[in-house]
Structures are given as structure tokens and as C-alpha cells.
Design a protein around this ligand. Structure first.
Ligand code: GUN
Length: 293
């Protein structure tokens, strides 16, 4: 029987824990956590993601600030925004929503963020600490997937995990976390990417398959082993004439075809997406608590 890995329900459980933690902080006379998000330009997907983050802050009792800048902001001016947030004592953590316009060097901006406020975990200091298994902020999507596996009680020990995609936001950190000596963890990990040969040969050996390539319905039933755990990170917009908007969101996995073969599978929407937001909230609480004396 296929079971649905319900990211929506799990994220609500995490939000309830966060709300309780905020109330306990306030009762103890401590600061309310505060997340800031920087949105450059008007990419509709980025705007929607940032909107979800701001709304989540309100649900758990965090303060939030949305800093909006036009697409033609200069890199220096954006770096000045980052510097202001680095020094603003009320802001515990902040994110710069990606992608940034082409004329801006993403890496220069990410490296300007104070690692202690880098709740996205994108600064090289946090990425380096993660690779050494030291305490740090983990990138929200892989962190959320680890929580989802953990809270569903899925045994990962000694399992073969295959990851489709090697991005620095998802694929690469996912491989590190699943490989870790811990629970969840202790997987044997294969990372596949655009140059991988005989891709299906790899995916068919996966006990845990993580799809993070950004191509709608890329993973088909013939690529999946019977009983596999399938995690779909994709958020792809495809035409759908039955919808008022004319389109809908779908994952990297052909859900209808693949689900019957799985022991567990995440839906899109309602799988990884809400867990990403919940993890960002957990990181923000941590950034705030790290400043407690
Ligand atoms: N763009 C896509 N995913 C992310 C994310 O997790 N954080 C930020 N800042 N931008 C993104």
C-alpha cells in the first residue's frame, strides 16, 4: 500500500511546536523571532514563495519584514541592503530570494550575509560546517525532507538513496545529509545529474529517490523500484485548461504512474514545499535563540 508523505500536515505539526516555543520565549521576557526576506524584481514564483514565508511567520508569531527592490537595483545597492540587515539588531535571520537578476552576482550577495543570520544556510561558512557535520543552518529544502523522513518513521539506515540533481540548494546538501552518520542518515548515496549515463539504471536501484531537476513528470514508473520511497522536490507550472489560471503546479515525478509502485511518496503540492517553509521558520527561531544570553 502506497502511503502519502504528507508535508502539509507535518509542517502544521512543526508550526504548532514553533508557536509554543514563541509563546514560551515571550512569557520568559525574551525577544520575538524576526525574519526578513529580500525580494528583487517581480518574478511571480519568487513573489509567491516569499509570500508563503511571510504568512508562515504570522502563523507562528514571528515578526517579518519584506524588503522589496526593483529588478534594476545595482549590486552595490543590494549589498548595502544586506549590510543593513546584518547590522539590524532586531532582525534575527534573513534570506535573499533567488534567483537574482542576471547583472547581479548571486554568490557575492550570499557571501555578504552574516553567517549567524543566514537562515537559508547558503553562506559558504554554513555549507562548510554542514559538510563537516558541525552545528549550522541547514538549507531549508533538504532539512525539511530529513524532517519528513524522520517524522514518518522511515528507516534510512543502510539504504541506497539516489538523488536527481546536484544544485547547491537541494541536490548537493541532500546527498551530504542522507550520507551522514545519524538518523535519518547512513544512506549509501548516488548523485545523478545532466551528464549521468544510463540514468534509469541508477534510479531503479534507489530505495529512496529524491527528484530535484525541475522537469515536469521526468520520473516515470519504469525508473522506480517496487517499494521505493519517492521524494518530489519539483515545482513546475504546466498548462491546464481545466484551471481558471490556465495552469497548475506539478512535480518532477509522474505521480499517478509512479505512486502505485512506492511505499511512500510526496505529493506536489503539499509535500516538500510546506516542509521547506517550516524548516526556514525553525532556523529563524534558532537564530533568535542563539542570541539569548
Ligand atoms: N529559491 C529557490 N529556493 C530558494 C530558497 O530556499 N531560498 C531562497 N532564498 N531562494 C530560493
Amino acid at each position: 500500500m502506497t502511503k502519502i508523505l504528507d508535508g502539509k500536515a507535518t509542517s502544521l505539526a512543526i508550526e504548532a511546536e514553533l508557536t509554543e516555543a514563541v509563546n514560551a520565549r515571550l512569557a520568559a521576557g525574551r525577544k520575538r523571532p524576526h525574519l526578513a526576506a529580500v525580494l528583487v524584481g517581480d518574478n511571480p514564483a519568487s513573489r509567491a514563495y516569499v509570500g508563503h514565508k511571510v504568512k508562515a511567520c504570522a502563523r507562528v508569531g514571528f515578526e517579518s519584514t519584506l524588503v522589496e527592490k526593483p529588478a534594476d537595483i545595482s549590486q552595490d545597492d543590494l549589498l548595502a541592503v544586506v549590510e543593513e540587515l546584518n547590522h539590524n539588531p532586531d532582525v534575527d535571520g534573513f534570506i535573499v530570494q533567488l534567483p537574482l537578476p542576471d547583472h547581479i552576482d548571486d554568490q557575492a550577495v550570499l557571501e555578504a550575509v552574516n553567517p549567524a543570520k543566514d537562515v537559508d544556510g547558503f553562506h559558504p561558512v554554513n555549507a562548510g560546517k554542514m559538510s563537516l557535520d558541525l552545528p549550522c543552518f541547514l538549507p531549508a529544502t533538504p532539512m525539511g525532507i530529513m524532517s519528513l523522513l524522520d517524522r514518518a518513521g522511515i528507516d534510512t539506515q543502510g539504504k541506497h538513496a539516489v538523488i536527481l540533481g546536484r544544485s547547491s540548494i537541494v541536490g548537493t546538501p541532500m546527498a551530504l545529509l542522507l550520507r551522514r552518520n545519524g538518523a535519518p542518515g547512513n544512506c549509501t548515496v548516488t548523485v545523478c545529474h545532466s551528464r549521468t549515463q544510463d540514468l534509469a539504471e541508477h534510479t531503479r536501484r534507489a530505495d529512496i529517490l529524491v527528484a530535484a531537476i525541475g522537469r515536469a513528470h521526468f520520473v516515470t514508473a519504469d525508473m522506480v523500484k517496487e517499494g521505493a520511497v519517492v521524494i518530489d522536490v519539483g515545482i513546475n507550472r504546466i498548462p491546464d485548461a481545466t484551471k481558471k489560471s490556465g495552469s497548475r503546479l506539478t512535480g518532477d515525478v509522474d505521480f499517478d504512474q509512479v505512486a502505485p509502485k512506492c511505499s511512500w511518496i510526496t505529493p506536489v503540492p503539499g509535500g516538500v514545499g510546506p516542509m521547506t517553509i517550516a524548516s526556514l521558520m525553525q532556523n529563524t527561531l534558532q537564530a533568535c535563540a542563539n542570541k539569548d544570553t
